[in-house]
Design a protein around this ligand. Sequence first.
Ligand SMILES: Nc1nc2c(ncn2[C@@H]2O[C@H](COP(=O)(O)OP(=O)(O)OP(=O)(O)O)[C@@H](O)[C@H]2O)c(=O)[nH]1
Ligand SMILES: [Mg+2]
Length: 209
Amino acid sequence: MPREDREDRALRIGVGGPVGSGKTALVAALCRALRAELSLVVVTNDIYTTEDADFLRTHGVLPDERIRAVRTGCCPHTAIRDDITANLDAVEDLTARHDPELVLVESGGDNLTATFSYGLIDAQIFVLDVAGGDKVPRKGGPGVTRSDLLVINKIDLAPLVGADLEVMRRDARALRGDCPTVLISLRQQPDAGAVVDWVRNQLRSAARR
Ligand SMILES: Nc1nc2c(ncn2[C@@H]2O[C@H](COP(=O)(O)OP(=O)(O)OP(=O)(O)O)[C@@H](O)[C@H]2O)c(=O)[nH]1
Ligand SMILES: [Mg+2]
């Protein structure tokens, strides 16, 4: 259900992208940056385990009860796009308990075809890994072309894998038009400042609606 038709005040943001691209690291960064100024909760998705929720709890990014793991048992994209029931249940239960202003839903790692249903989230971030090669943005797919924010993470690894960041930036711009793209290294700049700024802007726009 679109946000303007819901009774809760939360903005729901999905974080998707290929396996290991840095989704959980980004969620952790967003929690650290925003937890003092607003109420937030997190839902993680893993196929067989609760690994990502365990990581976030172990690192104390939020109180344990604000983090919920969904074990999809199936391809990650199924649970965020086709049958979103388990994720919606988790989001709605956390929302009822904590009245959050922001809900982050991390998808299980998938491939370039994976995107969230807008029945589950209001805006989505797609995270790519520079170590996948500088060709990846131009391979396209809905996450690259239509996500609300494209994050190209691990720019620190570009010299190690021979990736040309200008090529990645250029190809992303060609496919995305005016939709925003940021290149970051969560290893070198764990505060993820550019993404935090984007989330704050989303929150401001949502508050005006
Ligand atoms: N060098 C480098 N490593 C990073 C960066 N960001 C994340 N990592 C590492 O990449 C690995 C995967 O990061 P995660 O945050 O678990 O990635 P993920 O997308 O959540 O992975 P799945 O949920 O399994 O798909 C971890 O070992 C991180 O420490 C970065 O900017 N640079
Ligand atoms: Mg993860």
